[in-house]
Design a protein around this ligand. Structure first.
Ligand SMILES: [Zn+2]
Length: 382
């Protein structure tokens, strides 16, 4: 079997790089909807060349297009998930595919257009290896992961409800590590409403929203418990009118993260208590605490998948550890639906979301090989 995979990879290799170059050179910043359309079309064509028919799908809001394969599959399928939007705006000077022989740079190389190529060619190779079989695979490539998957979350939750495992093609880490745990993410916006006053004439008539905000920030920050995976980061404070005006209004933006769903209610309860108890200056407090992504948790089943993948990687000649990260992905949604999920199965690289973003060139091919072999082991069990 390995020889057959090698043969097919040899045949596809130059096409894989050409396809990657093509989609990297199309800017698909999440809010560049024209670029999103162009990237979508290019990905459809890449898949079509490989006998994979991707269809454009929309959420009920119909705000933006996403791509799917296998919509008709009803149960016992494997979910392949990736995204084709990036964080790099069209006006950025980081806008081109650069291959220096060892590494490939460009907007969205690591996060995660290389992962899309790994997913598409893995499926293409599996189709060649099992020409008689209708493979139990369902694919979603969404266009809004970098902005929280607010549109595609609904599609993920509807289409993957009966998936037996989830595979996310976000980048592998610099030493080839895969991701088996991701923190849950919530956003907290706190509005603090005081009362303006001339700070030289009658400061006692005012209610200082900045002072109240400082008190609230101190209490929120005290909830940080890094050892147990809890982060409450008060990272932005907007307030004030002028040097001589008691500030009547402040807004605090807080990044909240936690490791397990079992921590969520307790943490949210503590946050609500802080925000509803009286502050020293008597400012009014309004807040909006919203769960953005539940955590990707390691389960018995997902740890077996991780072990199988890592052993396969070693078999192919690449050491592979598993890591946990604070960043979220669409794997978080699958995991919260009870689907054993592993992540970071794309190419190997680093510096996502920066202009230093790159992948190791060879990893595009060997990560495809590892994933194909891993899938064969799962398919042979069925
Ligand atoms: Zn990503």
């Amino acid at each position: 079997m390995i020889e057959n995979i090698d043969k097919l990879l040899l045949k596809y290799k130059s096409q894989m790089y050409a396809d990657l170059e093509n989609i990297i050179n199309i800017n698909s910043f999440s809010s560049n909807l024209e670029g999103i359309d162009n990237a979508l079309e290019a990905i459809v064509n890449i898949a079509k060349k490989n006998d994979i028919d991707l269809t454009t799908v929309y959420s009920s809001k119909k705000t933006r297009p996403h791509l799917m394969y296998g919509v008709e599959k009803e149960k016992d399928y494997f979910a392949f998930v990736g995204h084709f939007d990036t964080v790099h705006s069209p006006s950025s000077d980081f806008n081109q595919y650069i291959d220096d022989g060892e590494i490939i740079k460009g907007p969205g190389t690591n996060d995660m257009k290389a992962g899309l190529i790994v997913a598409i060619y893995s499926f293409a190779i599996l189709k060649k290896l099992y020409p008689e079989r209708d493979l139990p695979i369902k694919i979603l490539f969404n266009s809004d992961e970098e902005i929280g998957s607010t549109d595609s979350q609904e599609i993920i939750e509807k289409e993957f409800i009966n998936a037996k495992a989830g595979f996310i093609f976000e980048p592998g880490r610099p030493k080839g590590e895969i991701v088996t745990r991701r923190k849950g993410i919530a956003t907290l916006d706190v509005e603090v409403i005081g009362k303006p006053a001339h700070s030289g004439v009658a400061p006692w008539d005012g209610i200082n929203s900045l002072l109240a905000s400082c008190e609230i920030i101190q209490k929120l920050e005290a909830l940080n418990d890094y050892e147990n995976g809890i982060i409450v980061g008060c990272n932005q404070l907007n307030c004030g009118i002028a040097r001589n005006v008691v500030p009547p209004h402040s807004k605090i933006l807080v990044d909240v993260r936690f490791e397990a769903m079992s921590q969520k209610d307790i943490l949210f309860g503590k946050i609500k208590n802080i925000l509803t108890e009286k502050n020293g200056v008597g400012a009014e407090v309004k807040y909006n605490l919203k769960l953005n992504r539940p955590p990707l948790e390691m389960t018995k089943e997902s740890s077996l998948l991780s072990k199988l993948y890592r052993n396969t990687s070693k078999q192919v000649g690449y050491d592979c550890e598993e890591i946990s990260t604070g960043g979220g992905s669409d794997g978080n949604f699958l995991s919260a639906m009870g689907i054993p999920t592993i992540d970071g199965l794309g190419a190997v690289g680093d510096f996502s979301h920066t202009k230093k973003e790159y992948i190791k060139k060879e990893s595009l091919v060997y990560r495809t090989k590892i994933f194909v072999l891993f899938m064969i082991k799962l398919l042979e069990k069925n």
